[in-house]
Design a protein around this ligand. Structure first.
Ligand code: NZQ
Ligand code: ZN
Length: 387
């Protein structure tokens, strides 16, 4: 196990009706907030009105910026940065999912910076100082509610890039599983796939002697798998929604990668796809992750055998470990398909026309992943396997 420092300062407030505490929590960070949200689901559900009331009751002034799109765009982030500077905003409140939270994080970083906010995503400037942000989460998926990362798309050139810094981690996140009842089943499934991918990225490591985190990963994966069909077939099942929501946060709050180095190649390979084709990140991962697994499993067959056996209950065939490993990959793929995810690029209407460009762009800052370092040719082959 590697040396590590684990610090995650996001205060998690979990359960029914907990969004009523949002005003109290926000009041700790100032008198003027930027309320940031997406395309309208929070207005339809009535959440917007409840949050605004709770904030106003604390005497906090609200400046609003809605309209965050899935795969959030840097143009709206720039608008948010301008608003923060013009109005001397103290605090940003994100109501929504990963896209809204990531957009809020980028605005928070840009608000105290004189240059262009995209500089953080190209590596031109490090993030140093952020406005504090808080979250009311409406979709368990990206784990951004307690992660230190933000992923933003630049419309000029279709670049989707990530940046991470400890000061971008939200101060608090309110998780009420009831707020997820209104999610369309497709979005629920995208979220489930994304959180599973966050665990798998950490699981496929070259680090030996990481039994505790292996087993934490396996337990979290099994819990997600056990509850996935329930939340899709019975969207108002509180018990299952609660399991999925908490799992989504634990999948990406850094606990599961303590002492080990994760891979993250599949995420980078997927970001090239959603950067160009604007498909949901979770759907892209349902396609790319199994393809990545097929490409790399021979590097450590035993790890894939462990995964097949402990997560999917595949019986180990001692005479044919490769068969066991491949059976685990097949289970993963079939599971994604069973919850309504595409498992080939063709199913997501993604053709071969940009394979070369995506492989080139994806690796322009160096090889991807850690389990195996993937060069441009490898990434191209993975797109081939995914078509
Ligand atoms: O915009 P509205 O109208 O709110 O609709 C949203 C959106 O269309 C809808 N939705 C959200 N909550 C709802 C709801 N609809 C009905 N009822 C509700 N309760 O769901 C749609 C998708 O929302 P989005 O925020 O895009 O989903 P998600 O949370 O999956 O976020 C995806 C983004 O996060 C990034 C992805 O790349 C992608 O851009 N990621 C961020 C990470 C991070 N910061 O740590 C890590 C991840 O790996 C990921 O890359
Ligand atoms: Zn993800």
């Amino acid at each position: 196990m590697q040396n590590f420092t684990f610090q995650n300062g996001t205060k998690i407030i979990f359960g029914k009706d907990q969004e009523q505490l949002v005003g109290q929590e926000a009041a700790q960070y100032g008198k003027k907030l930027l309320l940031h949200y997406g395309g309208g689901s929070i207005k339809e559900s009535g959440l917007y009105d409840r949050v605004v009331q709770a904030v106003l009751e604390q005497g906090i002034e609200i400046i609003e910026l809605g309209g965050v799109q899935p795969n959030p765009r840097v143009s709206l982030v720039r608008e948010g940065v301008t608003l923060c500077k013009e109005h001397n905003i103290d605090f940003i409140l994100a109501i929504g999912g990963g896209s809204v939270i990531d957009s809020a994080k980028a605005i928070a970083a840009g608000a105290n910076y004189d240059g262009d906010v995209w500089d953080f995503f190209t590596g031109k400037s490090p993030v140093t100082d952020c406005l504090p942000i808080g979250v009311v989460l409406t979709i368990p998926a990206a784990g951004s509610e307690s992660s230190a990362g933000s992923v933003i798309t630049n419309e000029e050139g279709d670049y989707k890039r990530a940046v991470g810094h400890g000061t971008m981690r939200p101060k608090f996140a309110i998780l009420n599983p009831v707020l997820t009842y209104t999610l369309p089943s497709y979005q629920t499934a995208c979220g489930i796939t994304d959180m599973m991918a966050h665990i798998l990225e950490r699981y496929f490591t070259n680090e030996k002697n990481v039994e505790l985190t292996d087993r934490l990963c396996e337990a979290t994966l099994k819990t997600i798998i056990n509850n996935a069909h329930t939340v899709i077939e019975d969207p108002t099942n509180y018990a299952a929604r609660a399991e999925i929501m908490w799992a989504g946060t634990l999948a990406h709050n850094d606990l599961l990668n303590t002492g080990r180095i994760g891979d993250w190649g599949s995420h980078d390979i997927e970001h090239e796809v959603s950067g160009i084709y604007d498909i949901a990140h979770g759907a892209g991962l349902a396609i790319i992750f199994p393809a990545w697994m097929k490409y790399v499993y021979k590097h450590d067959v035993n790890r894939f055998v462990q995964f097949a056996n402990r997560v999917w209950d595949v019986e180990i065939d001692l005479n044919d470990l490769e068969k066991t490993a491949l059976a685990g990959i097949k289970e993963t793929e079939q599971f994604f398909s069973s919850i309504g995810m595409p498992i080939t690029l063709a199913e997501a209407n993604v053709g071969e026309e940009h394979f070369e460009e995506m492989a080139k762009k994806g690796t322009e800052r160096g090889p991807l992943g850690n389990f195996i370092k993937l060069q441009e040719d490898d990434v191209f082959e993975i797109y081939q396997l995914a078509k």
